[in-house]
Write a protein that binds this ligand. Structure first.
Ligand code: R7I
Ligand code: MG
Ligand code: MG
Ligand code: MG
Length: 353
C-alpha cells in the first residue's frame, strides 16, 4: 500500500514549529484571554493591500524554544544514523543545549545534558536515571520532541520502542517516557490520514493499556499516588468529553491539565486535536482545523508551547501542509529548515517501507 505523502511530513514538522513558536509567546500564563490571542494572531497577517513582500523585515520573528531545538536534534540524529542510535542522539541533545542554553529548558533536565557532555559518561541512559533521587523525570520533555520517531519508523512496534528509548535519554520515569510513547503513537496514527475520532482513540487506548501494564509503569504510577494505567484512563476521559457537544475549559484543565508533567499535557494535546476537528463557537470560522487546534491549545494557558507543539505535530500529520498558513509559518524562526528536514525524512521513510 502507498504510505503517507510528503505533505503530511511537512505538515507535521510545520505544525510542531507553529505550536512551539506561537505557544511560547504565552507560556506559563495561567489565563490566556481569547481576544488577546486572536489579536496577536491577527498581527501575523500581512497588512491588507500594503503589497508587503513575503518575509519582509516588518514581520515579527517568533523564536522557537527547547521543544523545537531538541525535536530537530532528534531528527538529525535519525537522519544521520538511518535510525535510532542512543549515543549519537544523546550527544546531539547535549551539544544543542550547550550551543544555545537559553531556549527555555526544563529546570532539572539541564543536569542530564551537563553530565552527558562529560567525557566520563559511558552509559548515556545513566544521567537520566539519576534524576529526582533515582525516580527519573516525569516532565513532558521526552514527548515534546518525539514526533520524528513516527516519521522514520512505519511499524507501530518500532514507534513504541524507539519513542521510549529516545525519551529515556532524559526521562527515566515511566510517566515521562510513556507520555512520549503516546505522543509518537498519535502522530503515527495521524500520518495514516482519514480515520474517525472514535477509531483514533480506540487504537490509542488499546496500545496504551498494553504499554502501561508492565511492572515499572504500575509501580511508578503507584509511587506517585496515581491510579493504575493513568494515560489510558485519561484517554477514556477524552472519549467521554468528545461525546459532549462542549466541555468547559475548567473541566478540561481539571481532568487533563495544562502542566509540564507528561501526564498533564500529552492527553490534553490529543484532546485538543480531536475536539478541534469540529467548529468551536468561540474560535472564528476563517481558521482551518489545524489553526483552530493551535488556538485552542494556547487558550488553555500553562505549558502552551509544549501542548501546542504536540497537538500541532499531530494535526499537521493529519491535515497535511495545505492547512499550514504561510503567514504564520513565516513568522517562525528558522521555518525554512522544516522543508529540508521533511524532504530528507520522507526519503528515508520510503526507503525503509
Ligand atoms: O521535561 P523537561 O524537558 O521540561 C520540558 C518543559 C517544556 O514545557 C519545555 O517547553 C520547557 O519549558 O520545559 O525537563 P525536566 O526538568 O525533566 O522536567 C520539567 C519539570 O517537571 C521539572 O523541572 C520539575 O519541576 C517537574 N518534574 C518533577 N518534579 C518533581 N518530581 C519532573 N519530574 C519530576 C519529579 O519526579
Ligand atoms: Mg519550550
Ligand atoms: Mg519553559
Ligand atoms: Mg513548554
Amino acid at each position: 500500500a502507498a504510505g503517507p505523502g510528503l505533505g503530511r511530513f511537512r505538515g507535521c514538522l510545520a505544525g510542531a514549529l507553529l505550536g512551539d513558536c506561537l505557544g511560547a509567546a504565552f507560556e506559563g500564563r495561567s489565563v490566556v484571554k481569547l481576544p488577546e490571542l486572536l489579536r496577536f494572531l491577527g498581527g501575523l497577517e500581512p497588512a491588507p493591500g500594503a503589497g508587503e513582500p513575503l518575509g519582509s523585515a516588518r514581520r515579527e520573528t517568533l523564536p522557537y524554544t527547547d521543544d523545537t531545538a531538541l525535536g530537530r536534534a532528534l531528527l538529525r540524529s535519525l537522519l544521520n544514523r538511518h535510525g535510532f542510535d542512543e549515543a549519537d542522539m544523546a550527544r546531539r541533545f547535549a551539544e544543542e543545549y550547550k550551543k544555545e542554553p537559553n531556549r527555555g529548558y526544563g529546570m532539572a533536565v539541564v543536569n542530564v545534558f551537563k553530565k552527558l557532555l562529560s567525557p566520563k559518561c559511558s552509559d548515556v541512559f545513566e544521567p537520566a536515571r539519576a534524576q529526582f533521587n533515582g525516580k527519573g523525570s516525569y516532565g513532558n520533555g521526552g514527548a515534546m520532541r518525539v514526533a520524528g520517531i513516527a516519521l522514520v519508523y512505519s511499524d507501530v512496534q518500532d514507534v513504541k520502542k524507539f519513542a521510549k528509548l529516545s525519551a529515556e535519554l532524559t526521562h527515566s520515569n515511566s510517566l515521562g517516557y510513556n507520555g512520549a510513547v503516546l505522543q509518537a503513537l498519535a502522530v503515527h496514527l495521524a500520518l495514516q490520514g482519514e480515520l474517525s475520532k472514535e477509531s483514533f482513540l480506540e487504537q490509542l487506548i488499546s496500545h496504551m493499556e498494553d504499554v502501561e501494564a508492565d511492572e515499572r509503569s504500575l509501580s511508578d504510577a503507584r509511587a506517585l499516588g496515581f491510579e493504575d494505567l493513568p494515560f489510558s484512563r485519561r484517554l477514556k476521559k477524552i472519549k467521554e468529553f468528545l461525546e459532549l457537544s462542549s466541555v468547559p475549559k475548567a473541566d478540561v484543565l481539571f481532568e487533563l491539565g495544562n502542566g509540564i508533567a507528561a501526564l498533564r499535557s500529552v492527553p490534553t494535546a490529543i484532546y485538543s486535536f480531536l475536539r478541534c476537528m469540529e467548529a468551536d463557537p468561540d474560535i472564528p470560522d476563517h481558521y482551518n482545523p489545524l489553526q483552530r487546534t493551535i488556538v485552542y491549545c494556547i487558550s488553555l494557558g500553562g505549558d502552551t508551547d509544549t501542548i501546542a507543539t504536540m497537538a500541532g505535530a499531530i494535526a499537521g500529520a493529519y491535515y497535511g501542509e495545505e492547512q499550514i498558513p504561510p503567514s504564520w509559518e513565516q513568522s517562525c524562526e528558522a521555518f525554512q529548515e522544516t522543508e529540508k528536514l521533511a524532504s530528507s525524512l520522507y526519503e528515508l521513510y520510503c526507503q525503509r517501507i
